[in-house]
Design a protein. Structure first.
Length: 160
């Protein structure tokens, strides 16, 4: 069974986001071993300078990189990444074990995104959209797409 880790910078504060994630975690348990790791957000002043923002992204990136196993297939989420259809994501999920991967790691960055070092580590940079989403909502959307991908791969009709 594939081990899927979702690395996220920041915590879910509202209970409705936590409940939505818990629902998808429950559904995903039939297809994979899911771990959600919440990494701390780097604290910034109210109006951060560009240098403070750069330091924030670097520090958060170091925390993300420290949590990626060497033998994992890594997918950072970034706007400049490749946009895949649900069916294409399903194909990617299905092909990983045959390619020798037992671990898959996704990363959602903090408010200022992921560092270049994190993006460079990825085997596939993935973009969900050119639009910007709140990180809490995007975590739910990503879990839903992972679930949808496994359902498509299993030949189920959820995605219709």
């Amino acid at each position: 069974m594939l081990h899927v880790t979702l690395l996220t910078v920041g915590r879910l504060k509202e209970s409705y986001w936590r409940e939505a994630c818990a629902e998808y975690a429950k559904r995903l348990s039939a297809f994979c071993k899911l771990e959600i790791a919440e990494l701390p957000e780097y604290r910034l002043p109210l109006s951060p300078s560009p240098a403070e923002i750069a330091r924030c992204v670097e520090k958060e990136g170091e925390a993300v990189l420290a949590r990626i196993p060497r033998d994992a297939y890594f997918i950072p989420l970034c706007v400049e990444g490749k946009a895949l259809s649900s069916e294409q994501l399903a194909e990617r999920l299905q092909s990983l074990p045959a390619e020798g991967y037992g671990k898959l790691v996704f990363a959602i960055g903090g408010s200022y995104g992921l560092s270049d070092a994190v993006k460079a580590r990825g085997q596939l940079k993935l973009s969900a959209s050119k639009m910007t989403f709140p990180h809490q909502l995007f975590r739910v959307m990503l879990l839903e797409q992972i679930y949808r991908g496994f359902m498509i791969g299993a030949g189920n009709t959820y995605h219709k």
